[in-house]
Design a binder for this molecule. Structure first.
Ligand SMILES: Nc1ncnc2c1ncn2[C@@H]1O[C@H](COP(=O)(O)OP(=O)(O)O)[C@@H](O)[C@H]1O
Ligand SMILES: [Mg+2]
Length: 256
């Protein structure tokens, strides 16, 4: 799969109450690249992601996804191209049953019949949800992690070329988180993953972008940022567990 890069030029965004959430963002993402977006709470990650499928439109600057400029006449095409999984699954799930939630997107794309069933079932299986068991259930009655997986399935069922995930592992238990990492690793899609989970970033993304107070303050190799404790500290990020092994010395110390 090849598409033109995603390109953000000089994007700024202020909310109606004048909170300046994004300041002159420049970001380019190549096809099939997987990029982690990290930063403290309130640094602007979700605001940036909402721009990728036109839920927020650029106030200043420009966004091009694939070859489509982020403009009202292109929104339908852009939303087929980019799948966005919200931070809070309650913002994404609104149908009476899980099956209706997962089929909602592809139905809107005009997919019907056997193809629709196949896509929805495959997407649910990809996130470890048994369609027979979960399909008829009401998403309101599911746990946070289950809801998150339903939201991801609904986006996968649309077969986007670009997958944008806002805190995908936040509500997952360790096993689901591990399965999510395998899933994302196996998908040959362009991915942008906003996360507090720096171990996940390290496993999945060669490249990390750090946001601080609406500005990009680092864009480079994940290894580099994650091994620089000063940089991490100055942007209120926690060292990944796989980097902090305070007892290593003791573990391997020869018996006294
Ligand atoms: N609907 C909104 N109205 C006003 N300010 C908002 C709104 N949503 C977010 N903000 C503010 O915009 C900034 C960026 O928020 P957000 O993009 O949610 O950050 P993050 O996802 O990194 O935690 C924060 O200062 C936040 O308080
Ligand atoms: Mg957020």
């Amino acid at each position: 799969m090849h598409h033109n890069p995603i390109d953000i030029r000089n994007l700024s965004y202020a909310y109606p109450d004048e909170t300046q959430a994004l300041k002159a963002i420049n970001l380019s993402i190549k096809a099939t690249e997987r990029v982690a977006l990290v930063g403290a709470n309130g640094s602007g990650k979700s605001t940036l992601l909402l721009h990728f499928n036109g839920l927020l439109l650029p106030q200043t600057g420009a966004i091009v996804v694939g070859e489509l400029a982020m403009e009202p006449q292109n929104l339908k095409a852009i939303r087929n191209f980019v799948g966005l999984v919200f931070q809070n699954p309650d913002d994404q799930l609104f149908m009476p049953t899980v099956w209706e939630d997962v089929t909602f997107g592809p139905l809107n794309q005009g997919i019907k019949g056997h193809e629709l069933e196949h896509r929805a079932a495959a997407a649910m299986k990809a996130v470890c949800l048994d369609p027979t068991y979960y399909g008829p259930r009401n998403a309101n009655n599911l746990s946070g992690g289950e809801k998150k997986r339903v939201a991801i399935a609904g986006v996968l069922a649309m077969q986007p070329q670009v997958l944008i995930l806002d805190e995908p592992s936040a509500q997952l238990d360790p096993r689901c988180r591990r399965e999510l990492i395998y899933l994302l690793d196996s998908l040959p899609l362009t991915q942008l993953i906003a996360t507090h989970d720096l171990d996940l970033a390290l496993e999945l993304c060669d490249r990390t972008v750090v946001l601080s107070q609406g500005s990009i303050v680092f864009d480079g190799a994940t290894e580099r940022i994650l091994s620089d404790s000063q940089l991490l500290e100055s942007y209120a990020l926690e060292l990944p567990l796989s980097y902090s092994r305070p007892y290593c010395q003791l573990d391997h110390a020869p018996a006294a």
